[in-house]
Write a protein that binds this ligand. Structure first.
Ligand SMILES: [Zn+2]
Length: 354
């Protein structure tokens, strides 16, 4: 029989607005009377008073798992075992991408649903039904696709607005990678595979990019809409892309970067490394130079890195070759023409060499 995968497109009940965290008790009570909150210390401090108030009002007991580090097999196993030990029927992930990914995967391992509360808009992790797994040292091991959609997503714009604007900008770059990546994936699909969802994903990604290019995150009027686009509209593109070939170069660049340059990886946000990687993806796609420059200029206006020099990595030939071969390996690309385009793209974004 054909391998039939479920179609996961939604984020459950998505609530968005200033102060909507206070509705969490009511939302959670649809699933459980006892919940496990997965949160790092910074995120926990932002939400704990409102959580307690809202859970008390809804008669919900809560237990907390203190998240640190990365979304690893070990951490997600631990989350799953706490779910079982504490008899909690819902996991609530609170935080940025890594913490939310850990909560999502931990919940899947424990066969419970997960509700997410993003504290920044730096990725679409709160919405997308996949988790990126890392090893203990922080090297990306690739995505794990989840069995279910989120039980709900609570996007409290008041909480997210308190995170540094750098996070919102990184989320914009991460979101803007989707267009080039979808284009690349589609160009490697059969006509039948291109139909419907992947094509719709490309259209949506193009629409999102138009919005980003015409808005500036320093405009307070636009912030709420940008948060929504970074999380929901981009998460939706990820859903549409799911099941299509995962051939994207920009994220393979990111994964390779985390393997080769762990120190630098810890000083930059995921989306910031992706901003530089987009330059490679668009060159591999064969986009017009003007279009590539337009995106790069936009990223520069947002103080995002666009060269390897900006990312503070060694720029000698040997180091760059190592990065390139890791990208080839992670993207699983054998085609010599695409390999060459990746190599040329990486050398083009190298930046200043003394
Ligand atoms: Zn990403």
């Amino acid at each position: 029989m054909e391998d039939i995968k479920p179609l996961l497109l939604g984020g459950g009940r998505v609530l968005k607005g200033a102060g909507c965290i206070r509705k969490i008790g009511k939302e959670a009570s649809r699933f459980a009377k006892r919940v496990l909150c997965v949160a790092g210390d910074t995120s926990w401090a932002l939400v704990k008073d409102n959580l307690k108030y809202s859970f008390d009002a809804a008669n919900i007991e809560m237990v907390r798992y203190r998240f640190t580090g990365y979304c690893t097999e070990k951490t997600t196993d631990e989350i799953a075992s706490v779910v079982k030990r504490e008899h909690t029927a819902l996991v609530i992930g609170i935080g940025g991408g890594k913490g939310l990914d850990a909560a999502k995967l931990g919940a899947m391992k424990a066969h419970t649903r997960v509700l997410t509360v993003p504290t920044s808009a730096a990725t679409c992790a709160a919405y997308a039904p996949l988790s990126v797994l890392y090893d203990e040292k922080g090297a990306a091991m690739g995505p794990v696709f989840l069995r279910d959609e989120m039980a709900g997503v609570i996007i409290d714009t008041e909480i997210i607005s308190r995170s540094p604007v750098r996070y919102l900008k990184a989320g914009i770059a991460d979101a803007m990678a989707k267009e080039g990546e979808m284009y690349f994936s589609l160009s490697h699909m059969t006509e039948a595979e291109k139909m419907n969802l992947p094509s719709l994903g490309l259209h949506l990604a193009q629409m999102n990019n138009c919005k980003y290019l015409s808005t500036h995150p320093d405009d307070p009027e636009a912030v709420s809409d940008l948060i929504y686009t970074n999380i929901v509209m981009t998460g939706l593109v990820s859903c549409y892309a799911m099941g299509s070939k995962q051939l994207a170069v920009a994220h393979a660049f990111y994964d390779a970067f985390t393997h080769c340059y762990r120190t630098q990886r810890d000083t930059f946000l995921h989306g910031e490394i992706i901003a530089c990687a987009i330059g490679v993806q668009l060159r591999v796609n064969g986009y017009d130079q003007k279009e590539i420059e337009k995106i790069a200029d936009f990223f520069i206006s947002l103080d995002l890195p666009v060269t390897l020099a900006d990312l503070n990595i060694p720029l000698d030939r040997e180091s760059i070759d190592l990065l390139i071969s890791k990208i080839w390996e992670i993207a699983g690309i054998e085609d010599p023409l695409i390999r060459k385009r990746i190599s040329d793209g990486v050398f083009t974004v190298r930046g200043q060499v003394d």
